[in-house]
Structure formats: C-alpha cells, structure tokens
Design a protein around this ligand. Sequence first.
Ligand code: ADP
Ligand code: ADP
Ligand code: ZN
Length: 214
Amino acid sequence: MEPHILILGAPGAGKGTQSDRIVSEFGVDHVTTGDALRGNKEMDISHLGLEYDTPGEYMDKGELVPDAVVNEIVETALEEADGYVLDGYPRNLEQAQTLSEMTDLDVVLYLDVDEDVLVDRLTGRRVCEECGATYHVEFSPPEQAGVCDECGGDLYQREDDTEETARERIRVYEENTAPVVEFYDEEGQLVRVDGEGSPDEVWADVSDAVETNA
Ligand code: ADP
Ligand code: ADP
Ligand code: ZN
C-alpha cells in the first residue's frame, strides 16, 4: 500500500514545496485543502447558516473555513487517493479528531520555521495560474520574472499573501493549529524537520523521514 503522509507547518513553512517533491518521488496524491478551497471560493455554503456564505470570504480575511466544509472535501479526496500527502489539514483539534476517524497515518512531518522567516516567504510567494508550481521572487525565482519555468504560464500573487493577511494567518495558526502539532507530538508520531535550510536541504530530511517511517 502507498504511504499515508501528513505534512504540518505554519503558513509559508514550505508544505506545498515539499509535498510536490513527495508526489514525484513516492507516487502519492497531493491532497491539499488550500488548493481545493481556492478552486471553490465562490461555492454557496449559505445553507449551513454560518457567518459568511462562501469559503472565499473566510480565506481573504485569513480565517479558517468552517470544519463542516473542509471535512467533507478531505473525506472525499482521501477515499479517492491511493497513498497521499495531506497538506493544510488538520488545522484545529476538531479536524485532527475527524481525521483519525477517516484514516491511519504512516508518518507525520512537521516543518519547523521561525515566524519572521514565514512573513518573508509568504509575501514573496508567486504561484503559476496554469500548473500551480510555486516560486519565490527572491528565494526561488523563475528564470524569467512572472513566467512559469515548468509550463510558461503566468505567475500571480495569492490574495491572502499580503503582509497584513499573512500575519493574521500566522496568528490563527498559533491559536488553532499549534495545538495539533503538540497533539501528534504527544502521540509520539511527530517527525520534526528543520524547515529553514534551502529547499534541497529540507528535502534531504523530509525524504529520509518518509523512507524511514512509511
Ligand atoms: P506552504 O505550503 O507551507 O504555505 P510553500 O511551499 O508555498 O509553503 O512556500 C512558501 C514560499 O516560500 C514559496 O514562495 C516558496 O517558494 C518558498 N519556500 C519554500 N521552501 C523554502 C525554503 N526551504 N527556503 C526558502 N524559501 C522557500
Ligand atoms: P498556507 O499557505 O497558509 O499553508 P493554504 O493554502 O493551506 O495556506 O490555506 C489558505 C486558506 O484556506 C487558509 O487561510 C484558510 O482560510 C483556508 N483553509 C485551508 N485549509 C483549511 C482547513 N483545514 N481548515 C480551515 N480552513 C482552511
Ligand atoms: Zn506552470
């Protein structure tokens, strides 16, 4: 059976970057709630009677989209996946509880990155609108500014990658998601990786951890 991998870390820690490499190397699916929600920002969730009527309104403020919406996305995606790297979920203890009822995990990775590094990574991030490849204007620039090396698509900046929203997302992470990291640590499942080296250095530790544990 293909490995079940969970990758945890603050916004900008490098989860998407390392997940792409895990997909290429280990042949699993990338299940990412952020991408799934960005593809459904205008979805009508008014029947749930929550604060806002679309996921996009939560996302553009840096708040968490309600569990009822996110849990369903993850359940469907995991049912369809033959091995996965799960990125962006769980983001609070309720989601971690829900996940434990849906699936078993082989390895739980945590990318450890300091807060001031995170803001620089988030505000400089650029994403390909065609293929989703991720760049950084300073730390991993494309060969030609604004153009994807992989497919020639245009690069754009996410609406929530402004400094103000990035800081709010980090605050929301500390409040809601840091306890999830602690939870897996207490279960003895957490593999902590220093996320502050270059992408290649981080990958060396990530691939080792997957090979050892999965
Ligand atoms: P996350 O999915 O955790 O939010 P990303 O993988 O999108 O993080 O990375 C956030 C930004 O930081 C991107 O612009 C990416 O190119 C850059 N980045 C990722 N890993 C590193 C690294 N090890 N060193 C420097 N920059 C990185
Ligand atoms: P990051 O770069 O912060 O890792 P993501 O792409 O994972 O960003 O998430 C972007 C936004 O999507 C979050 O700020 C939040 O609004 C929403 N989101 C993603 N995953 C979840 C989740 N598991 N629960 C609630 N909201 C989520
Ligand atoms: Zn591209």
